[in-house]
Design a protein around this ligand. Structure first.
Ligand SMILES: [Cu+2]
Length: 123
């Protein structure tokens, strides 16, 4: 059969395999994947994950902007229980940010999930 003539010999196939392995390995070492999974919220950040705010209580300095990120596949809200701020619906992957300029304790909730509550403490 004509095609058999262009197939690599077993030895060149093995050489190609090793070359590909070495190339991939050196590539991974020189440039780590930029999309490596982040496993916990950063500073001044709250995640909506598993229908909960994490951390549930966050303490920050005056004038800090807090970023909430919806890590769930469902919609949440970040809604002050005293009417100070309200994100409206935050879809999956969405974010909401609010700056806290006055010291105090600011409880909030998700209006969609009654058990989903959090508190921002500003010092
Ligand atoms: Cu919710």
């Amino acid at each position: 059969m004509k095609f058999s003539k262009i197939l690599p010999s077993p030895s060149s196939a093995i050489a190609l395999f090793f070359f590909a392995t070495i190339f991939t390995g050196s590539c991974a070492k020189s440039s780590p994947a930029p999309t490596a999974a982040v496993l916990s919220p950063g500073a001044n950040e709250v995640w909506m994950q598993n229908t909960a705010f994490t951390p549930a209580t966050i303490t920050v300095a005056v004038n800090t902007t807090i970023k909430w990120t919806n890590k769930d596949g469902i919609t949440h809200t970040v809604t002050s229980t005293t009417g100070l701020f309200d994100s409206g619906n935050i879809n999956a992957g969405g974010i909401y940010q609010h700056q806290f300029t006055v010291a105090g304790s600011y409880p909030y909730k998700c209006t969609i999930h009654a058990n989903m509550t959090g508190t921002v403490i500003v010092q």
